[in-house]
Write a protein that binds this ligand. Structure first.
Ligand code: MTE
Ligand code: MO
Length: 383
């Protein structure tokens, strides 16, 4: 693979793997703004960043089951109504490093910042498909199509040099309320190469792996995509499964992500002076479920207080309220008085009353995905 044309990157990023480039911002940077700046947004790649030079000739080829192939040019996509969605993207491998401390897992290590919140703009996939003859809310097409497959232009070693690909159910793709986008802008600017220029898929509420970057083609298919990242990765196994007895076909590809939160204002071990500690972080759930509550403890989880929640400063967060961003994270904040060393813990509850598991051990899985255990940091008091 050729990594000679990688884009420039922000020096603040913590690099977890250089080639392919995988990096996340420091914890404290992640909570400095509700909308994550593009250059600080985590970057998760499986190959070199593609170079698309001629935007006029760039097109996405769309093939329906037993149908013709059509070419969609950027100008065709821009002609459709432009929609803007604030959505949090989270890698299923977020917090993997902490899971590895229980027992080693395979995969790129991440702290708690393989997540970011952005303003994505583009055409709704439901509109694109409607224009191609597939009506809104289609479960199955007349020729038996049930999934939309997204194929990239990048080249990954896991696909033996082939492109990254993934699929989502057709019913989600054709549902305008699911807000699935073919996005050409991020935070009001043309998409950057690292994030999928010229066009990427955004699937809100779903693990980042399904939001395919550098879209090259779309296929309406009968079975879900058979690519590596759907079938041999990003599946959740029970703790008893190891690399000797794994049978990938026994589990379905992960889709929605579960309820998650993490404290970003403190490192794993922080030194503070006697007095007030600011406990601040993010909370988010998958499938469009809002955050009902975030509980914070300064005694390792024996007693709890409820943290305040907000998205934009000055606008109180209320789950399911039309003034709040349904697909986006929520910041939480609490202050505590600490006189001795403390174990500070945070856990979130979503609107379906799903809660985070207490310990990482009970959700340990060999690929190290979806570590959503209570987030703990240790504070030492010193001068
Ligand atoms: N799309 C392509 N073409 N290639 C990739 O390697 N990585 C996926 C997804 N889309 C990937 C991709 C994964 S695992 C994640 S978490 C997100 O992109 C990361 O998006 P970001 O780099 O814009 O943060
Ligand atoms: Mo990911």
């Amino acid at each position: 693979s050729d990594y000679s044309e990688e884009p420039p990157r922000h020096p603040c990023l913590k690099i977890n793997a250089k080639e392919p480039f995988n990096a996340e911002p420091p914890r404290s940077n992640l909570i400095s703004s509700y909308v994550t700046p593009v250059d600080l947004f985590y970057k998760r790649n499986h190959g070199p960043i593609p170079v698309v030079e001629d935007i006029e000739s760039y097109s996405v080829s769309v093939t329906a089951l037993q149908g013709n192939t059509r070419a969609l040019f950027i100008k065709d996509i821009r002609k459709l109504q432009k929609h803007t969605v604030v959505a949090t993207l989270q890698c299923a491998g977020n917090r993997r490093t902490a899971m590895s401390k229980t027992k080693t897992v395979r995969g790129v290590g991440w702290d708690i910042a393989a997540i970011g919140n952005a303003v994505w703009s583009g055409a709704k996939l439901a509109d694109v498909l409607e224009q191609l003859g597939i009506p809104k809310y289609t479960n199955v097409t007349s020729s038996g199509g049930k999934h939309v497959e997204f194929v990239s232009i990048d080249k990954c070693k896991e696909e033996n040099g082939g492109p990254y690909k993934a699929s989502i159910p057709l019913i989600q793709a054709t549902n305008p309320e699911a807000d699935v986008l073919l996005a050409y802008e991020m935070n009001g600017q043309t998409l950057k190469r690292d994030h999928g220029y010229p066009l990427r898929v955004i699937v809100p509420g779903v693990i980042g792996a399904r939001s395919v970057k550098w879209l090259d083609s779309m296929n309406i298919i009968a079975e879900e995509c058979q690519g590596f990242f759907m079938q041999k990765d990003y599946k959740m196994f029970p703790p008893s499964v190891n690399w000797d007895n794994i049978d990938w076909s026994t589990r379905r590809p992960q889709h929605d992500f579960p309820v998650q939160c993490a404290i970003c204002s403190l490192e794993d071990v922080s030194m503070v002076k006697h007095g007030k500690v600011n406990i601040k972080g993010y909370a988010v759930s998958g499938g469009g479920r809002g955050i009902e509550r975030v509980d914070v403890s300064i005694d390792g989880g024996k007693s709890w207080v409820e943290a305040s929640r907000y998205q934009r400063i000055g606008v109180p967060y209320v789950a399911d309220d039309a003034n709040c961003d349904k697909w986006a994270w929520v910041f939480f904040e609490a202050e505590a008085d600490i006189t001795h060393g403390a174990e500070i813990v945070a856990k979130a509850v979503d609107t379906a009353a799903n809660v985070q598991p207490e310990n990482v051990e009970v959700i340990w899985n060999l690929r190290g995905i979806l570590n959503t255990s209570w987030h703990r940091v240790h504070v030492k008091v010193g001068h």
